[in-house]
Ligand binder design. Structure first.
Ligand SMILES: [Zn+2]
Length: 338
């Protein structure tokens, strides 16, 4: 249960965010503003009507509205504004470093050039108030050929991305569908991550590890259904980017009290807390921490562990990683001494 002191610590502690889809940070207000600026007509009469449409019930109905929202993004400035809005919001939650997913195929399929997308997002990351890097995701409901074409398009901008990931509809699109494009990305020296074990079975986590060679699992909460897999993830200290509010909104768990975050930590897994698609799932990273700690038997030790996990699992140079881990310890040592 959440007391005032713990609430304050969760909000104020330094943290990294490793699972945030930038298109999922588009608030209804900004969608309307961009629609107006670009002369795009929306199938919603008002900001309120759009917000009400956010009451989706599963991954597919969420994705339908997610792609509708993204349709207002046309110019480099649009991508810049969206990204800057997220970075400012994350800074307010004391996020020090964010590894941001973006979905180029959502935009190139609408005729928006790849360069427009990446230039806008990347420029905001340079200008923004926190450290931020980019992970390009492939939409797994599309073909591997399309993913390979997207990787080709990204080559001139190789220095602007640190890795690739795999997102969108999980069920029916196992990781092995993308074996070749991930191998190609690995040969380019890119970091590899994939969504697995959210709606999909634990077997998808295994094939993400064995076939794609990922270095982090996005979500991964269903790993606990398989004891051998859990033991392996612990042994390999494979980080899981858990998104508590997303899991409730998409009905992975009925209520936050059913979330397995505490059990993941108890099992020795490197779990982290993240916001996924904050505009759509009811909150940014601190809302996720607060909701989880409010409903689950989690205390200050778990808070410190989660903050440390977030930096330990980040794709950072060892020196910066060490500095941020030390900052987390200093924060908690001072807070607990007070
Ligand atoms: Zn996600």
């Amino acid at each position: 249960m959440l007391n005032e002191q713990l609430r304050h610590m969760l909000q104020a502690m330094p943290k990294a965010e490793l699972h945030i889809h930038i298109e999922g940070s588009l608030e209804p207000e900004l969608i309307f503003e961009l629609a107006q600026r670009n002369g795009v007509s929306l199938p919603y009469a008002s900001v309120e009507a759009l917000r009400q449409a956010y009451a989706f019930t599963d991954l597919q109905s969420f994705l339908d509205i997610y792609y509708a929202g993204a349709s207002v993004l046309l110019t480099e400035q649009d991508f810049y504004d969206m990204t800057m809005a997220y970075l400012r919001r994350a800074a307010a939650d004391n996020v020090r470093h964010a590894e941001i997913f973006f979905d180029p195929q959502t935009h190139t399929a609408r005729g928006v050039p790849f360069q427009t997308v990446i230039d806008g997002i990347w420029r905001a990351c340079q200008d923004g108030p926190i450290s931020a890097t980019l992970i390009m995701c492939f939409l797994r409901h599309l073909s591997e050929e399309e993913a390979i074409a997207t990787l080709e398009e990204a080559l001139p901008f190789r220095d602007k991305i640190i890795g690739v990931g795999l997102d969108s509809s999980e069920v029916g699109h196992p990781p092995e569908k993308f074996a070749r494009v991930f191998e190609r990305a690995r040969n380019l020296g890119l970091h590899l991550v994939a969504h697995a074990g959210e709606e999909g079975p634990p077997a998808y986590i295994e094939s993400a590890l064995d076939v794609l060679n990922v270095e982090r699992i996005d979500h991964g909460v269903r790993c606990l259904e398989d004891a051998d897999l859990t033991a392996r993830l612990v042994r390999e200290q494979m980080a899981l980017t858990v998104c508590p509010l997303s899991n409730i909104k998409l009905r992975v768990f009925d209520v936050m009290g059913d979330s397995n975050l505490r059990r993941l930590l108890d099992a020795g897994l490197v779990a982290t807390v993240n916001s996924d698609d904050p505009a759509y799932f009811g909150g940014y990273i601190n809302d996720n921490y607060l909701a989880a700690f409010d409903a689950l038997p989690l205390d200050v030790h778990h808070a410190r562990q989660l903050a440390k996990n977030s930096f330990a699992a980040a794709f950072l140079e060892p020196e910066r990683k060490r500095a941020w881990l030390a900052e987390v310890d200093a924060f908690f040592d001072a807070a607990q001494a007070a």
